[in-house]
Write a protein that binds this ligand. Structure first.
Ligand code: IPM
Ligand code: MN
Length: 362
């Protein structure tokens, strides 16, 4: 029997609402599966916490989290705290502090009706973006000189270390080999004449060790165009922190929007706990109304199951989302429906429960 300790950080805005639905899914799994047992502990960190305590999380927050098997996060951000403060002191602090250098974002179209792309269907849009998650453009290195004067100069330095670049690219090659898929590197060596030339070089070097993996290398501008025009080109993608951030919102846009987009932040060596999250953010404009789409948060539970080597549960969850989208009766507003967050969550659980019990009785 696996006992798994999950740290819940609902955070801000709709984060609280959608996380609740994900937790319901985890509790359903716990109930059905005699081998899995989840324990939850909730942490009140976020912008409200900042307003009361002057900080986003406890000073020893990482220490408190480090023995959990996973962190499940809702969203961070509220107009009461500048975004760069709230995010650097909570979300990015966890990603970096726990060396979660791999960010996995699945770009999978589950129902043709969800894509704005004409003539594209499920078989055309099904790939995985592996985003570098610990350095690059998000290194947080820079300087703000002569602030407020006409001589003002601001530097924001990207950092691409040999170790950091090799490990993410190697991870991507391993994944491509395991899945027997092609690997596409997305960079920008023509303009970024240090960092991206280096990235391309490392990609080439490592590709020599994986002669079985077919590779492609695109500039990020061209890749953005192909995301729209020929998404079927992509199977596994590896890219930098910022490019990955931007491209995965684009990926969300072609698969149903941010209401469905999830991300897994992983330390592959498993020295630190992973973190799973919907990537839509806190959406203060619709917070508290109970209308947010819980499917992204639920998709991140699927990713959590995969991390725990419970691939069957992952498949069941994704297939349940597929059925829910297809029947179309319990969709939230972002998907053109009228359902509340909780109604969509409840329906998903019904579908999941039925699917699993039917399969067991076979
Ligand atoms: C994401 C988000 C974050 C990022 C922000 C909130 C710092 O956009 O997870 O994609 O840029 O990584
Ligand atoms: Mn983003």
């Amino acid at each position: 029997m696996k006992r798994l300790k999950i740290a819940l950080i609902p955070g801000d805005g709709i984060g609280k609402e959608v996380l609740q639905e994900g937790v319901k899914v985890l509790k359903t799994i716990d109930k059905i599966d005699n081998n899995l047992f989840f324990e939850f502990e909730e942490f009140p960190w976020g912008c409200d916490y900042y307003v009361k305590n002057g900080k986003m999380m406890d000073d020893n927050g990482l220490e408190q989290l480090k023995d959990f098997d996973a962190i499940y996060l809702g969203a961070v951000g509220h107009p009461s705290v500048p975004d760069h403060v709230s995010l650097w002191d909570l979300l990015l602090k966890i990603r970096k502090g726990f060396d979660q250098y791999v960010n996995l974002r699945e770009i999978t179209l589950l129902n043709q009706s969800l894509t704005p792309l004409k003539d594209k269907s499920e078989k055309n849009i099904d790939f995985l973006v592996i985003r570098e998650n610990s350095e690059g453009e998000y290194a947080g290195v820079g300087e703000w000189m002569n602030k407020g004067t006409p001589e003002e100069v601001v530097l924001q330095t990207s950092v691409f270390s040999r170790k950091g670049t090799e490990r993410i690219i190697r991870y991507a090659f391993e994944e491509a080999r395991r899945q027997k898929k092609s690997l596409t590197s997305i960079s920008k060596g023509n303009a970024l004449n240090y960092s991206m030339v280096f990235w391309d070089q490392v990609f080439n070097e490592i590709s020599q060790e994986y002669p079985d993996v077919k590779t492609y290398s695109y500039l990020v501008d061209a890749a953005s165009m192909y995301f729209i025009k020929e998404p079927e080109r992509f199977e596994i993608v590896v890219t930098t922190n910022l490019f990955g951030d931007i491209l995965t919102d684009l990926g969300a846009a072609i698969t149903g929007g941010l209401g469905l987009a999830a991300g897994a932040n992983i330390n592959p060596e498993r020295q630190f706990p992973p973190m799973f999250e919907p990537i839509h953010g806190s959406a203060p404009d619709i917070a508290g109304k109970g209308i947010a789409n819980p499917l992204a948060a639920i998709w991140s539970v699927a990713q959590m199951m995969e991390y725990f080597h419970e691939g069957n549960w992952k498949d069941y969850i994704i297939e349940s989302i597929r059925v829910l989208l297809k029947e179309g009766r319990y969709l939230t507003r972002d998907l053109g429906g009228k359902s509340l967050t909780t109604e969509t969550g409840d329906r998903l659980i019904e579908i999941l429960t039925q699917m699993v019990t039917e399969n067991k009785s076979k």
